[in-house]
Ligand binder design. Sequence first.
Ligand code: BGC
Length: 361
Amino acid sequence: MRKPRKRFALLAITVIATTGVLTACTSNGSSSSSSDGGSSGETIKIGLLLPESKTTRYESFDRPLFEDKLTSLGNYEVIYANADQDAAKQQQQAESALTEGVKVLVLDPVDGAAAASIAESAAAQDVPVISYDRLIKSDKVDYYISFDNEQVGVLQGTALVDRLKQDNTTSGLIMINGSPTDANAAEFKKGAHSVIDPSGIPILAEYDTPDWSPDKAQEWAAGQITQFGAEMSGIYAANDGTAGGAIAAVKAAGTEPIPPVTGQDAELAAIQRIVAGDQFMTVYKAIKLEAEKAAEVAHQLAQGDTPSPDTTFQDIPSTLLTPVVVTVDNIQETVIDDGFYTVDEICTAEYADACAAAGLQ
Ligand code: BGC
């Protein structure tokens, strides 16, 4: 029996085409320049700058969920741009947004250190900055909204170590970390090391993936498979994009069975790989809560209110949400029950048999 559908209001699983230019989006997602439903009459512009589009979350979840929530709160226009992992491009996008007169800047930085200059320009123009998901390394940040990112790494590392010990396949693992310019990547890595290092399982090799590029992760993993062969009994991959690259490398090398591979983001392709047995686990982060919180805080800051933080992180008023492990055993209780995906979206014809075996139907 299928569970009833519990979908988000504006959730579209299809990836919205991205452009390098700023687009103005309203409650209906179009490119017109105003939205209705506001009380003040005047349309207030809010900037949303996201870092890349190879990871599906940004265009499929973060952007539409943020826009939908914000335009439900008042007469807002979202000035949106995706940097495609290019820090210089993001700098220009931020300058354009400030020139367009945004009242608040919601910034998920490609490069947390380089983005400090964006935060400074915004502050010089009295535009509050929300550091969204990734930390901007600046004291000019008004609010930080993310997950407990060190805990993401702890969850990944713990799941992998437990699984390798359970399977008695502890000869060695490789670590495919995230981008060196992303502060989150350092947190994931720190959390994972805190579990893997004392486990006694050797780390054969480790790589910080430039730009979180799945292609670069695949290329590096291919080299490690050649070098270590069967000694490589597990793969720590920091997110589902790099996990996909690693799994493609293992398949291309014809290695069987595929060693346990970790991930993060609960991307649809990753959930399908988990159902099929190609990927071991991922970490589900409730992006709806994150994006909607960002919209609420942007609304408060735009109204001149001071948001009350849930916590502080490095002295910045913050909200840090809780990540959750997903394996084949709890897909229903996590991403399906939470309305992130329907069974139909996961269990396409190609995965029908695997879904039935996993009890998803
Ligand atoms: C995010 C992850 C994402 C990665 C690559 C990180 O900062 O927290 O969810 O997979 O960036 O974009």
